[in-house]
Design a protein around this ligand. Structure first.
Ligand code: PEP
Ligand code: MN
Length: 447
């Protein structure tokens, strides 16, 4: 295909139904902002996206495990050094638990540096008789419940680009600049060890890793892999104007890459086969994912494969299932059987969060840690029974000590929810709940 037909095809989505797109306050301003975004430097590079695709191909072959996570909705306010470091530290701790206790290479993908837009089930929100447009993520409007904040402001797309750049820069510095060195396994836990059972359990494992490293050093082995970490960014590709403006033709391959993040996924609400999101993501070369909820049929899954990975390129397509703890054991097997039977190379990841949300009596949206753990357990059971590979987990978590999900080793009850309920959207696992989950996944993986 010539360059002009490639770029023309990148706009085919404009003629298709695009769900969940904001009604922008000022279309002329939107055009000006997207034109400016189109001139901004890439956040990620084609070669990095290809490398992640290789890693995900390993996952699809059963040779590696994905740990993908971060906030439900990142915020501009949260794009600061402390919050990003805490998230990254938690992700690194979880990854170490999985790598060591499950003896499996872990592909680390942040739900970070771009997760600024949210699909909503209702277009408006009412409080005390006042109705305003729903919050759609910091890339669109503000969380505060007042008319000025809830205006869908296109200038926020540029702010989202800059917040992504700042966050990704921090992540790159932390993971390449010595902080992620395996000899720091104790340091990541220092502020945490005395606080929770998960912290103490981690400390024991870190001690074992230390001894192993000292042994290897004594043997004269010190590979580069111990000193830095391969880290990738991801977000839901929801706002098509933003994603289109950040899509570039790679000069080496002549292929289009969406350089807003390494891995992009299509949400449960926007995965219509003839919709704009599926069309747009079918045309970029990044590794991509699709969320699959409990109403997905096996034929839907096959049709998505046909549209999004017709050449059956390993690592290109990941299915992120989010069935709910009560449904996964029935809903997942028919999908896996038919997809596996078709010979399609996909990676399967479990999102144990989005099928398990409910409202507490206080009105807080929450999730039970026991449901989260049960969905992950069901995911492993189903894959083990079918002889397929449970390829990873996709979670909403934060490095801070929030009280948004109930349960966990360091028990949070429904009455505790108001104490530190800080999420801009869905409830996240806190640090000790995240570590508990990592230990459980490592055990499931081993057996
Ligand atoms: C999300 O990941 O925050 C989300 C909205 O998920 P889903 O598309 O699976 O509902
Ligand atoms: Mn969410």
């Amino acid at each position: 295909m010539s360059t002009s037909s490639v770029t023309g095809a990148l706009d085919a989505w404009r003629g298709l139904p695009a769900l969940q797109q904001p009604d922008w306050a000022d279309p002329a301003e939107l055009a000006a902002v997207t034109a400016a975004l189109a001139k901004q430097p890439p956040l990620v590079f084609a070669g990095e996206c290809d490398q992640l695709k290789q890693r995900l191909a390993e996952v699809s072959r059963g040779e590696a495990f994905v740990l993908q996570g971060g906030d439900c909705a990142e915020t501009f306010e949260g794009s600061n050094a402390d919050a990003v470091r805490n998230k990254l530290k938690t992700l690194l701790q979880m990854a170490v638990v999985l790598t060591y206790a499950a003896s499996v290479p872990v592909v680390k993908i942040g739900r970070m540096a771009g997760q600024f837009a949210k699909p909503r089930s209702k277009p408006t929100e009412s409080r005390d008789g006042v109705e305003l447009p729903a919050y759609r993520g910091d890339a669109v409007n503000g969380l505060a419940f007042d008319p000025a904040s809830r205006r869908n402001d296109p200038r926020r797309l540029m702010d989202a680009y800059h917040a992504s750049a700042v966050t990704l820069n921090l992540c790159r510095a932390f993971t390449k600049g010595g902080y992620a060195d395996l000899r720091q396994v104790h340091a990541w836990n220092q502020d945490f060890v005395a606080q929770s059972p998960a912290g103490r359990r981690y400390e024991q494992l870190a001690g074992e890793i230390d001894r192993a490293l000292t042994f290897m050093k004594a043997c004269g082995v010190h590979p580069d892999e111990f000193h830095s970490v391969e880290f990738y960014s991801s977000h839901e590709a929801l706002l098509l104007e933003y994603e289109r403006a950040l899509t570039r033709i790679d000069s080496l391959s002549g292929r289009p890459y969406d350089v807003s993040g390494h891995f992009l996924w299509i949400g449960e609400r926007t995965r219509q086969l003839d919709g704009a999101h599926v069309d747009f993501l079918s045309r970029i070369s990044n590794p991509i994912g699709v969320k699959l909820g409990p109403t997905t049929s096996a034929d839907d899954a096959l049709a998505l494969i046909e549209r999004l990975n017709p050449d059956n390129e390993p690592g290109r397509l990941t299915f992120v299932t989010r069935m709910g703890a009560g449904r996964i054991r029935e809903a997942l097997p028919p999908l896996i059987e038919k997809v596996h039977g078709s010979g399609a190379a996909v990676a399967w990841i479990c999102d144990p969060m989005h099928g398990n949300t409910f409202e507490a009596p206080s009105g807080h949206k929450t999730r039970r840690v026991t449901d989260v753990l049960d969905e992950v357990a069901g995911f492993f059971e189903v894959h083990r029974a079918l002889g397929t590979h449970p390829g990873g987990i996709h979670i909403e978590f934060t490095g801070d000590d929030v009280t948004e999900c109930v349960g966990g080793g360091h028990e949070i009850v429904e009455d505790d929810l108001p104490q530190r309920y800080e999420t801009a959207c869905d409830p996240r696992l806190n640090r000790s709940q995240s570590l508990d989950l990592a230990f459980m996944v490592a055990e499931l993986y081993r057996h």
